[in-house]
Design a protein around this ligand. Structure first.
Ligand SMILES: [Zn+2]
Length: 218
């Protein structure tokens, strides 16, 4: 269990935060691997440097939250409370398992989180639209994608009406979860007010595995 993290600003870039956390993360990796063979943490040595002034005032807490969630490839059964029968596309568990890979099922239907810096679309810059990997509904335009440096694809806004949001109290935190409005598939979390110079100052932190990119104008 991670200690409580206070919402405070630290005058260090995110890359340095990762290095400062690395001993503790190694311990967490050991713990995680003892319970799941799928969990591994790889040091993000390729993390691109970002301007110091850009993030110096950004609260560390949301970054740590999203990073820790990635460590555990977590599932949160207690957060499955919202009504999955309200979405236009309805499939039972067996039907979802038949069309999704085990990794997609773990994230989309069981609210898992892929490991940071491993997703197909983390550093993906082609023009087009990112669709739901479960139901093919269009979710994000490439024109809203930006490089957050946090290890997952980040968007500052979704296509209107394409997502639904819920309060997620798993892992001892309060986060905003987003799901596909068409099938209820788990996409990731939304973080606000981090200081990114985007039109909304929101970071829609989306699992690559929840998305399917289609090239085109966007
Ligand atoms: Zn969907």
């Amino acid at each position: 269990m991670m200690p409580a993290v206070r919402s405070t600003s630290l005058p260090v870039p995110s890359c340095k935060i990762l290095k400062l956390l690395s001993p503790r993360l190694r311990n967490l990796r050991t713990l995680a691997n003892s319970t799941s063979s799928t969990v591994r943490y790889r040091s993000p040595s390729s993390l691109p440097a970002r301007p110091f002034t850009h993030i110096r005032s950004r609260p560390i807490v949301t970054f740590v939250h999203s990073f820790v969630s990635g460590l555990f490839f977590s599932t949160a059964p207690s957060q499955m409370g919202h009504d999955n029968t309200s979405y236009p596309m309805q499939k039972n568990e067996q039907e979802w398992q038949a069309i999704l890979t085990p990794q997609q099922f773990r994230v989309l239907r069981e609210k898992g989180t892929e490991r940071p810096f491993t997703g197909e679309y983390d550093h993906h810059h082609a023009k087009g639209v990112y669709h739901c990997a479960g139901c093919n509904a269009p979710l994000y335009q490439s024109s809203t994608k930006f490089d957050s440096g946090c290890g997952w694809p980040a968007f500052f806004d979704a296509i209107p009406g394409s997502i639904k949001i819920f309060e997620d109290r798993s892992l001892g935190m309060v986060r905003t979860e987003m799901v596909c409005a068409n099938c209820g598939g788990h996409l990731g979390h939304i973080f606000k007010g981090e200081g990114y110079k985007t039109p909304t100052d929101e970071r829609h932190c989306v699992n690559s595995i929840s998305l399917k990119f289609k090239e085109g104008d966007s």
